[in-house]
Design a protein around this ligand. Structure first.
Ligand code: BDR
Ligand code: CA
Length: 303
């Protein structure tokens, strides 16, 4: 199985991505690192432990950044992911705790221990990765692949006409990552807004998988409600974070173009991820997706 570290701001679609990753035999989840983003980092860590407990997974969890590199974040999109980040799901405090230590150090340690054979998947703001690169820039040449859910290159943004939420939450971190030389695959709104999970497929989880099924269905339905209100007629919630995991399991779900990517760190277009026609490509950007095949694969694994 392919070793990965998954970095999350759990969040409903993060929770679905965690389920997809730990239930896919192609992947060996060495650890899950957490960041602020959809909620605070303390809540992201707690939510991650809750989700892993529901899934019966012992994957180690390491907490990371509480704030962006240079900005201050104090508001969280609780209308999207629910007051506590897990939609309408009911939960108890997790039994397990996060490991001591910091996410950036854990990432450095794991990358160094597995020179060239580790894939990193980021589905929240890129702060932990930026902190790791600042501390140890040499890791950029030692990673097999970095898959990032973030950005909107040719598609419109979701927090502004230009910006996608993960990049918007820490544009300076994204800028550092895009300049680092890391082998990046970007899974942005260009493709994730096409991979939708409809109510009709979530209903079945309740009957199929008892308590765990109910937990995930209560979470997903809250998230679907937000999408149905925000994007009338869309027909489901976007599977942003699960698609990033899907791309690691089966790269043929997407079509990738190599481009030169830059991030705007100021002005009206703050956090825009734009292609530059000149300059060396620094990322593979996903522009096409076989949404149907991905959805069936995701559903076959997750609950
Ligand atoms: C991204 O932002 C978060 O709300 C989601 O979890 C996803 O990672 C989509 O823009
Ligand atoms: Ca996320």
């Amino acid at each position: 199985a392919r070793p990965i570290i998954l970095d999350v701001d759990t969040g409903v679609d993060d929770a679905l991505a965690i389920a997809y990753a730990v239930r896919s035999p192609e992947l060996d989840v060495l650890g899950i690192t957490t960041t602020f983003g959809n909620i605070t980092v303390e809540e992201a860590t707690r939510n991650t432990l809750i989700v892993l407990e529901k899934l019966g997974s012992e994957a180690p969890v390491v907490a990371g950044a509480a704030q962006p590199l240079t900005r201050t974040k104090s508001e969280y999109p609780r209308h999207i992911h629910g007051e506590q980040g897990l939609g309408g799901a009911k939960w108890d405090e997790p039994k397990r705790r996060a490991l001591p230590g910091d996410a950036a150090d854990f990432i450095i340690e794991q990358v160094r221990a597995r020179e060239g054979r580790l894939t990193l998947v980021f589905v929240g703001p890129l702060t932990n990765l930026a902190l790791a690169l600042r501390k140890d820039p040499g890791i950029a040449g030692l990673v097999e692949q970095v898959v990032i859910m973030g950005g909107a290159v040719r598609a419109p943004g979701n927090v502004s006409p230009y910006a996608e939420a993960n990049i918007y939450s820490d544009p300076e971190a994204a800028d550092l990552v895009f300049r680092s030389g890391l082998p990046i695959t970007l899974v942005g709104l260009d493709v994730t807004m096409k991979t939708l999970l409809p109510y009709s497929r979530v209903e079945a989880w309740r009957e199929k998988s008892g308590e765990v099924g109910r937990f995930f269905a209560d979470m997903a339905e809250f998230y679907i409600d937000f999408y149905e209100q925000g994007y009338p007629g869309i027909g489901g919630c976007a599977l942003h974070d699960p698609l990033a995991v899907g791309v690691v399991i089966d790269p043929s779900f997407v079509n990738v173009e190599r481009v030169r990517l830059v991030v705007d760190t100021e002005g009206e277009t703050l956090a825009r991820t734009a292609e530059r026609p000149d300059g060396e490509p620094n990322a593979g950007v996903c522009f096409g997706v076989d949404a149907e095949r991905f959805l069936e694969h995701f559903l076959s694994r997750v609950i």
